[in-house]
Design a protein. Structure first.
Length: 137
C-alpha cells in the first residue's frame, strides 16, 4: 500500500533540514501469518485486509503525520510502531511490517513468535523488534 505524508522531525539536530516540513511517498507492506484455508488456498483475502486497514490508511494518506494522536515525532521507526498499534485489534494476523520512505530506506518491524521476538531469548512474544533499512550505494 502506498500513502503520502507530510512531517517534521522535531528531534533532529538544530539546522538539520529534516526539522522543516517535508514529505514522503511511503510504501507499506503488511505481513500476516495465519492458517492456510484448504479450500481457497490463501490465509486472508487481500480485499479483507485492505478494508480492515482503511480507517488507518485514511488517517495517514495526505495528512500531516505530526498531527496523529500519540505520534509527535514521526520518524519511520516511530510511524511503524504507531501503525502496528493501530492495526493490532483489527489485524491480529499481522506479525511484521515494512515501511519505506523511499526505495531501500525505511524500517522493518516484526513482533510475535514468527519473527523471533519471544521464546528462547526470554523476550516477550509481543515485543517488537525493529531494523532500519539503509540505502546501499
Amino acid at each position: 500500500m502506498r500513502f503520502e505524508g507530510a512531517l517534521r522531525l522535531t528531534q533532529a539536530p538544530a539546522g538539520d533540514p529534516r526539522r522543516r516540513l517535508h514529505g514522503h511517498s511511503y510504501l507499506l507492506r503488511l505481513h500476516l501469518t495465519a492458517p492456510l484455508d484448504a479450500v481457497l488456498g490463501w490465509t486472508i483475502d487481500y480485499g479483507d485486509v485492505k478494508a480492515l486497514f482503511e480507517p488507518v490508511y485514511a488517517r495517514l494518506d495526505h495528512h500531516p503525520l505530526n498531527a496523529l494522536s500519540g505520534l509527535s515525532d514521526p520518524s519511520a521507526a516511530r510511524l511503524a510502531g504507531w501503525i502496528r498499534e493501530s492495526i493490532a485489534d483489527v489485524l491480529p494476523q499481522a506479525d511484521r511490517l515494512e515501511l519505506s520512505e523511499r526505495p531501500g530506506c525505511g524500517v522493518l518491524l516484526g513482533w510475535g513468535d514468527r519473527c523471533g521476538a519471544g521464546g528462547a531469548n526470554g523476550g516477550s512474544a509481543s515485543a517488537p523488534r525493529a531494523a532500519t533499512l539503509l540505502p546501499l550505494g
